[in-house]
Design a protein around this ligand. Structure first.
Ligand SMILES: [Zn+2]
Length: 259
């Protein structure tokens, strides 16, 4: 393994251990997974069964983009066929670990420009909303400027879908619709009855997005005790989103970008 690949892996390990730290309440036990792009050809993704809190080098598997993305474009596959295809996508067939069931979803995120790291968690504060009857309505507006600076102008909302390939396909379709609407990749995916995906250029950006989205969720739940959320107007959201000084802040929060 080259030193660059080792350095990228240690960043991912650090990110995963951070996201799995019980103090944040983002993920417990085997919940959550994470990934990082290595180059055009391949990426690291968490191995099935590894725990975010404690995952070390053996908790991650190197897989090829081409084979994983081909699963998204190909025919429906049985659970056994998906398992087989994921094994075949490993860079080193003899390496330990089996790629996470959400590997195809990670590939769909990492193929986007400006996305190098992906962190997926099940924060309690966020699932209070994704598991509620108010899922769509509660997440239809923005609450405060720093939410927009860290998390973008809107999240992508994903209705509950079977984990694995069906979910990855649904996510990819909704990301593409978002790209058409906003002209850039989303920073946040919110999955109904499931959790959060944070898409960042760096590991730090994934941590920042996750922390800010969890804060947003806490604020949002609190507003329902005070008569419900007061969303910012579209004009106010656009103003924050296009303000040069806010762009400057975004640049600080996104130190290195693709291309
Ligand atoms: Zn999950």
């Amino acid at each position: 393994m080259t030193s660059t690949i080792t350095a990228i892996l240690s960043e991912l390990i650090q990110l995963s251990n951070h996201l799995g730290d019980p103090v944040y309440d983002y993920a417990i036990l085997g919940e959550g997974n994470s990934s990082v792009q290595i180059d055009e050809e391949c990426f690291w993704v968490k191995a099935s069964g590894a725990e975010m809190r404690t995952a070390g080098p053996d908790g991650f598997v190197q897989v090829r983009f081409a084979q994983v993305l081909a699963m998204l474009d190909g025919p429906e596959l049985s659970d056994a066929a998906v398992r087989q295809a994921l094994t075949a996508a490993k860079m080193d067939a003899d390496a330990p670990g089996h790629p996470s069931v959400e590997t195809a979803l990670h590939a769909a995120c990492l193929e986007l420009p400006g996305v190098n790291f992906v962190g997926h968690t099940h924060p309690t504060a966020i699932n209070m909303i994704t598991c509620s009857v108010a899922f769509t309505e509660a997440l239809s507006g923005r609450l405060f400027p720093d939410e927009i600076v860290a998390c973008g102008p809107a999240p992508v909302l994903i209705p509950y879908t079977d984990p694995g390939l069906p979910l990855a396909r649904e996510v990819r379709a909704r990301i593409h619709a978002y790209l058409v609407e906003y002209g850039e990749p989303p920073r946040v995916l919110l999955l109904q009855n499931h959790g959060l995906f944070a898409l960042g250029a760096t590991a730090t950006q994934v941590e920042n997005i996750t922390a800010m989205m969890v804060k947003t969720a806490r604020v949002l739940v609190g507003t329902y005790a005070m008569g419900g959320p007061h969303f910012m107007s579209t004009a106010a959201v656009n103003r924050i989103y296009t303000r040069p000084d806010e762009h400057y802040r975004q640049a600080i929060m996104t130190p290195k970008d693709k291309e």
